[in-house]
Ligand binder design. Structure first.
Ligand code: GLU
Length: 310
């Protein structure tokens, strides 16, 4: 990253539900990281997935951020407005011969390489070498998705919380999807095009996206974008290590307000239990800035991938 640029972080919620403790935590760290460095925050609504994104949550999620005192400085931007920009990036990579149609079904992919728990599926390159006649023939029966050819190359970076991380794209990931068979551009492509155009220099998000980062860094190098800094925070998990999700109503914002009564009490509780603050006293994000120490927090958070919700 170019150190002379002002820091610009982001909130990038997918409007598939209300906010819950886990995404409040990562938004709070994103906000504190940016603000403690004199930076700003962009709000981007990631409504790329038309089936899962619900209009009522687009508004609700914004109100949730405001209720919590997590104010943004720019946006909201919407992914549904950005098809042209995604298409331009896609076409450019396609013109360079880096993209091919993939006709594999979900069942094909599963049969080719069933991933072990916690591992990602490595695409074995099944459709990479189809000739033109085969492509035409298959396209008559099935709309293809599109994959990006990845090099046999190690992509390494230093995560501000997790430390050193690297992946060999060919071995650990395989050619990955940049456009889905339903015509939607894939998350990896959209997020890179958006981060680049919106000038994002600092990405803070859940550790579940750590393994996507090398793919995104590779895409950044193809579209000529600078790499932002990355910080992946642990996930807040429900009892028995189950992931907290927007369906876990006990940790969703309404339930949190019922339990803690004020937004400051929610923020303070999450700050205390995650090590952002020394205790769980009620606080606004603004007040937490006074005690926030990015380096110290990184040390605390790097010790575990999950924090149990309590
Ligand atoms: N929209 C994603 C989510 O809500 C976050 C993507 C990102 O931060 O890159 O989980």
């Amino acid at each position: 990253m170019d150190g002379s640029k002002p820091v610009k972080g982001r909130f990038a919620p997918s409007p598939t539900g209300r906010m819950h403790a886990g995404n409040i935590f990562s938004a709070l760290v994103a906000w504190l990281m940016a603000k403690s460095r004199g930076g700003s925050i962009v709000l981007r609504i990631e409504d790329l997935d038309k089936e899962r994104s619900k209009p009522q949550f687009i508004d609700a999620v914004q109100r949730d951020f405001e209720t919590l005192g997590l104010f943004w400085d720019e946006g909201p931007y919407f992914q549904h407005d950005r098809d042209e920009a995604y298409r331009a990036a896609f076409d450019e990579m396609s013109d360079r011969g880096l993209v091919y149609p993939c006709f594999c079904t979900r069942a094909d992919l599963h049969a080719a390489s069933a991933p072990h728990r916690g591992e990602k599926t490595v695409y074995p390159g099944t459709c990479r070498h189809l000739d033109e006649a085969e492509k035409r023939q298959r396209a008559e029966k099935r709309k293809p998705a599109y994959r990006l050819i990845v090099p046999d190359e190690e992509i390494a970076f230093h995560d501000e919380i997790q430390g050193a991380y690297s992946q060999n794209l060919e071995r650990d990931c395989g050619d990955f999807l940049i456009k889905r068979s339903d015509g939607a551009f894939a998350y990896q492509l959209a997020v890179v095009v958006d981060d680049a155009e919106q000038g994002i220099t600092s990405v803070v998000r859940g550790i579940d996206l750590l393994c996507s980062t090398p793919q995104q860094m590779y895409l950044q190098s193809l579209v000529g974008a600078a790499h932002p800094t990355y910080a992946h925070v642990p996930l807040i998990v429900a009892q028995h290590g189950r992931r907290l999700s927007k369906r876990d109503h006990d940790a969703a914002l309404d339930a949190l307000l019922a339990r803690f009564e004020t937004p400051e009490a929610i923020i303070g509780h999450i700050a205390g239990m995650t090590g952002i603050a020394p205790d769980c006293s009620p606080a606004t994000p603004e007040e937490l800035l006074a005690v926030f120490d990015a380096e110290q927090l990184s040390k605390t958070l790097s010790r575990s991938e999950e924090i149990p919700w309590r």
